[in-house]
Ligand binder design. Structure first.
Ligand code: MN
Length: 477
């Protein structure tokens, strides 16, 4: 236990130890090792105390005699809410098969389901810490389980980390997983990257010198660092470029970190005056951030010794955010709020980014020591959606209030046209029954059934309406 732990955290550790007493991990170690490792990861990410406590207790409600009420009594509503969220997430996953055996949209919807169920960004962050430790100790599991977990991580958890712009985490998760999914390819690419970096070391050094001289002349304060491309992202890129490594322009990348946005653009100008920029390879993610809020200027240049090098130019703040994502908001207490957000210059952000902005605003309050309403951390991203399951376990997203026919037409118009009934969670139901989050919906069909115009009153989605109308009109003719 950490000596600087607060009394509350110490109590949580004691509670978890008692609850998990007698349980063991697949590694043979006492179970408590796992929640303690999750605690440590959350501390490294700089999360708040409630999140750390919930991390310590995250497996107790599901796996021990401890109840949510016990946790609420001892640590209050907020911790109980977080533990409940993590438990719900893992319940949603129990019984899920190998990720490969689902429809492609299920993979996507699984991620969205997590975000919807997560409800509070901190639930997802705990879940990510949990998954990270399980990955780090994956070698203790039998090979088939290793592959299943590794694949699921590549398909769902690493993209989730990416959505939260937690770059360091995404890379660690992806590379750890890829090693299990395709060990030969992993070793091959790792070796390739190392060789490439070795061969480029000399010219990189020269570039660094040239850049330094030029920046000092213009009195720009900067930090320079090389960035090693991760194995998994090289694998993905090679697949996109017919395995032609000569088309991968960011095998060598240099990061330039400067003080402010003006210096970012100045730095870009200087780099372009030193080296020849490649047409079409300049990307301004400062003016137009990526969906996950990532900001940087990217440019690819050809150096004097004919090497292709990518530069990524950003401020310190953008850098922290690129590596730690939303967790960074909790961590950098002294960090200034992004000037743009403070000045309210957020109009150009697409709506799907507004939730990030809101989180950043809240984080800013945290830093200033102001009281924060944690309900603000709720992700209303999918507030108008529900996620329901097919009997096979595929996940379908629908607008709130959807009815069985909406679901049926969403699966396939052939299914929609032949509906004779519906089972919801194993019981016979009717076509007027509103579907609820998490329902398992089984559509009963008969090939003798034909669509009825009365069905129009039992549909709320435009998609289903369109399909049904189409069929009704065809029948009329
Ligand atoms: Mn766990």
């Amino acid at each position: 236990m950490n000596t600087k732990d607060s009394e509350r955290v110490k109590r949580a550790v004691e509670m978890a130890k008692q609850a998990h007493e007698g349980q063991f991990r697949k590694t043979g170690e006492p179970y408590i090792i796992h929640p303690m490792a999750v605690k440590k990861i959350l501390e490294e990410w700089g999360m708040d105390e409630d999140t750390i406590i919930a991390g310590i207790l995250h497996d107790t409600v599901e796996d021990t005699d401890l109840t949510l009420a016990d946790i609420k009594n001892e640590f209050g509503e907020s911790v109980a809410f977080l533990v409940d969220g993590v438990t719900k997430l893992s319940t949603a996953r129990t019984g899920m098969r190998d990720i490969d055996t689902y429809l492609p949209e299920t993979k996507d919807n699984f991620l969205r389901l997590m975000i919807a169920l997560g409800d509070d960004i901190r639930v997802l962050i705990i879940k990510l810490a949990d998954r990270l430790h399980n990955l780090r100790t994956l070698s203790a599991l039998p090979p088939d389980k290793q592959k299943k977990i590794a694949k699921e991580t590549l398909e769902v958890f690493a993209p989730l980390a990416d959505r939260l712009n937690m770059g360091l985490l995404r890379v660690e998760m992806a590379d750890l997983s890829f090693k299990y999914v395709d060990p030969k390819r992993y070793d091959y690419l790792k070796d390739l990257i190392e060789k490439y970096n070795k061969s480029a070391a000399k010219s990189l050094k020269k570039i660094e010198e040239e850049i330094s001289v030029a920046f000092k002349k213009e009195k720009i304060k900067f930090e320079l660092s090389g960035r090693v491309k991760s194995v998994y992202s090289l694998h993905k890129k090679l697949a996109k470029h017919n395995q032609n490594i000569n088309e991968i322009y960011d095998l060598i990348a240099l990061r330039v970190i400067v003080d402010d946005i003006t210096d970012c653009y100045l730095a870009l100008g200087i780099i372009h005056s030193l080296y020849t920029p490649m047409g079409g390879r300049i990307k301004d993610y400062i003016a137009m951030p990526k969906q996950n809020g990532y900001q940087s200027l990217h440019t690819t240049v050809i150096t004097k010794d004919k090497r292709v090098v990518e530069f990524q130019i950003r401020t310190k703040e953008m850098h922290e955010y690129a590596e730690r994502g939303l967790a960074a908001s909790f961590y950098y207490n002294e960090q200034k709020v992004t000037e743009n957000y403070k000045k309210g210059k957020i109009e150009h952000l697409p709506t799907n980014l507004l939730w990030i902005t809101e989180l950043q605003m809240t984080a800013a309050k945290l830093r200033e020591g102001k009281k924060v309403d944690y309900k603000k951390l709720k992700l209303n991203l999918f507030a108008d959606k529900i996620f329901v399951y097919t009997p096979k376990g595929d996940i379908i997203d629908l607008p709130k209030g959807s009815l069985p026919l909406d679901f049926a037409y969403r699966l396939h118009s052939e299914i929609g046209d032949h509906v004779i009934g519906v089972k919801i969670n194993g019981k016979m139901s009717n076509l007027n029954k509103k579907l609820e989050q998490g329902d398992i919906v089984e559509i009963l069909t008969s090939k003798n059934q034909t669509p009825k115009s009365s069905w129009l009153g039992k549909i709320i989605t435009a998609h289903a309406r369109q399909k049904l109308m189409h069929r009704l009109n065809a029948d009329k003719k």
